[in-house]
Design a protein around this ligand. Structure first.
Ligand code: GLP
Length: 242
């Protein structure tokens, strides 16, 4: 595992975008696993700027997003699909056919998850970018998730709904209670993983994740078993590390 600490989230966004871009340039049909959340915004800003300034052809890059709320239409501005369009897809030339997303409004959610899992298995993710929740969740794999978990429907914990309520005008009641998420096993099969964490709110979980043992109550801790994990922190998030 490699840990990189930089001054602030803007620099971390640039650093992570540089790493991702180097990887994309090395492989023609690159498969990129993507995440949502406030942490990802500086990363998407830097990556789209790099792609556009350097005129990199990303039309054949394939993407798989980690998760989506259940019962929210993808055109709804609270959906993760909308977030991705706003912060990344609308800015770069990735072909629409190459964008893969879980549909939280699918009639048969089990089948939706099964098919998504199959698609990822077929393509194999070259690089997965991740954030981390304050309880250690990755994607929507909440504490208690199994290392062997696959893409599935999950019930969100109140702590996660509370944290994410800032995207729902501060109203926890408006945050969906369920979501679809790629599983931990699915994430672990990615060839390379980069996890980003910024701000003092994340200092506690970053300390528990990096210094604690591998424990299903901190789902991110499973990542420490991965052979190619890079953790990029800003100073505030790294504040409690030794
Ligand atoms: C959500 C997402 C996660 C993300 C987490 C942290 O729950 N499902 O993928 O890592 O939020 O979000 P933020 O970056 O806004 O702190």
């Amino acid at each position: 595992m490699k840990i990189i600490t930089v001054k602030n989230s803007d620099i971390a966004g640039i650093k992570s975008a540089d790493i991702v871009m180097d990887c994309i340039k090395k492989k023609k049909k690159f498969v990129l696993g993507l995440a949502t959340g406030g942490t990802m915004i500086p990363f998407y800003e830097s990556l789209s700027r790099l792609i556009n300034n350097k005129k990199i052809d990303v039309s054949s890059v394939k993407t798989f997003n980690l998760d989506e709320y259940v019962g929210i239409d993808r055109n709804n501005e609270k959906s993760y699909f909308y977030f991705m369009n706003k912060h990344f897809f609308s800015k770069v030339g990735i072909s629409r056919d190459n964008i893969n997303f879980l549909n939280g409004n699918a009639k048969n959610l089990k089948l939706e998850c099964k098919n998504y899992e199959k698609k990822i298995a077929k393509d194999r993710i070259d690089l997965q970018i991740l954030g981390i929740g304050r309880d250690g969740h990755i994607g929507f794999n909440e504490p208690g998730s199994d290392l062997k978990s696959k893409t599935r429907e999950v019930i969100l914990l109140d702590a996660t709904r509370k944290d994410n309520s800032r995207f729902f005008n501060g109203k926890i009641g408006k945050v969906p209670k369920k979501a679809l998420t790629v599983g931990i096993e699915t994430i672990m099969k990615s060839k390379k993983i980069i996890l980003l964490a910024f701000g003092k709110n994340k200092a506690g979980i970053v300390h528990r994740f990096l210094h604690g043992s591998i424990d299903k109550n901190i789902p991110a801790s499973f990542l420490k078993k991965h052979r190619d994990l890079t953790v990029i922190l800003d100073r505030e998030a790294a504040n409690e590390l030794d």
